[in-house]
Design a protein around this ligand. Sequence first.
Ligand code: KIV
Ligand code: ZN
Length: 527
Amino acid sequence: MTINHPSFGKLEPGRVIIFDTTLRDGEQSPGFSMNLNEKIRMAEALTELGVDVLEAGFAIASPGDFESVKTIAETIGQRADTPVLASLSRAGAQDVLRSAEALKNAKRKRIHIVIATSDLHMEHKLRLTRDEVVAATVESVKLARNHADDVEWSAEDATRSDFDFLARVVEAAIKAGATTINLPDTVGYAMPADMEAMYAHILNKVPGIENVVLSTHNHNDLGMGVANTLAAIRAGARQIETTINGIGERAGNASLEEVVMAIRTRPDAFPYKNNIQTKNLLGLSRLLATVTGFDVQPNKAIVGRNAFAHEAGIHQDGVLKNAATYEIMTPESVGWAKNSLVLGKHSGRAAFRDKLNTLGYKIGDNQLNDAFRRFKDLADRKKVVFDDDIVALVDDEVMRDHERIKFVSLDVASGSKREPKAELELEIDGVVKSGSATGDGPVDATFKAIQSIFPHTANLTLFQIGAITEGTDAQAKTTVRLEENGKMVDGQGADTDTIVASARAYVHALNKLLVKRERTEPQALSA
Ligand code: KIV
Ligand code: ZN
């Protein structure tokens, strides 16, 4: 059966629409907020990845959210290759109108409406009866259709809803004009067999269901997000909602890279097409880790550092003889470079640019110059510069060029015979400021010096140091967690000097805190 969709035209039965919600559901996870520049950067990379629908935000949530949906609509939304841009709304006029306003200038747009359909949510959260939920659905979908041809309606907590009621409200949403129907496992409760039962029920009971796209959106509370998404595809879903690195509320959402590579690696089980450029997956995962400050765990499927590493001798032997013995997809197909080509101080700009490309980074000439300068500096201090060093360097400096507070320099005197003292320079909003402090160790002195230049009330709740590669000349990678008024942010820094890496991580965390403050209190920008 071919669906005639307002945004995609005639949809062949074998086509799966990839809906990315990294910038909306993903961003809702604690500590993962992104500023406007970071969102635009992510939106560009997601567009180049080939997502079909990009949920840019929840326009009514805050003035900052509205601005980012609007700006993405006015930039990415003007490109010839723009994905359909979506904004989330609850089932009420104000929300729908706010989304419509934010998306106004996008060439391709979708208003996404959500309302809960489980008795638990309707009674205790919404305090609405079933009839009232049906009425709110109909009204809001009709209103949305006045502003967009493409309207998605989501039944929050669908998997814990009474399926007969779910069928009733889905039918009402379709009659009111919804063109995509999404049945989320909002709390990550379902098992794959439950997904099959739910989609079968809706497909059997709802007249007109064959004319809309059925969608799936699964959380990971029991680690079932990807399995449930794949089960939903087999049960009839033709749109999947995912996030990069699986970020999202609580335990996160089904991860885009895992679902896409499962489909691609097992065409026998999933004979479906999508537009994802899988070679971009690693770069995008890294970009997200950089802007949020959260790395993926080393054993994360597809994009984790160990995803294609073979440690056991017997495995290494097999891979050398024939990679297919232990690799079910090629590392290159998801963006990993063929080898860890070592760069050194004699490597030129072309080799460096080439390396950045193979690592999944696309950066402009100015940023390339900065990165190359820092690479040369590192190569002077370190015999060999590995891929991981370059990733840390680019992430640490170049991707953060829009931040308000920048690390400039640090001089620390310490040892067993003297009180540690740090002298530090930071650039704040373009003005270089200096400060100094003593402390209980060089790191403590450094953090106090930062505090003296940029006073703040955040508490340091985590400080971690790791080595990026091996050897005593390895770069240190540090993580600093700050908490202020219940808001938590993680910052990361890298340098061959552990104390400099610590200062960079602290500064990164402070910048993220500023983004958080800006979102909740637009005026509270100064320290
Ligand atoms: O998890 C959920 O139910 C959602 C909806 C807004 C789709 O995120
Ligand atoms: Zn969700």
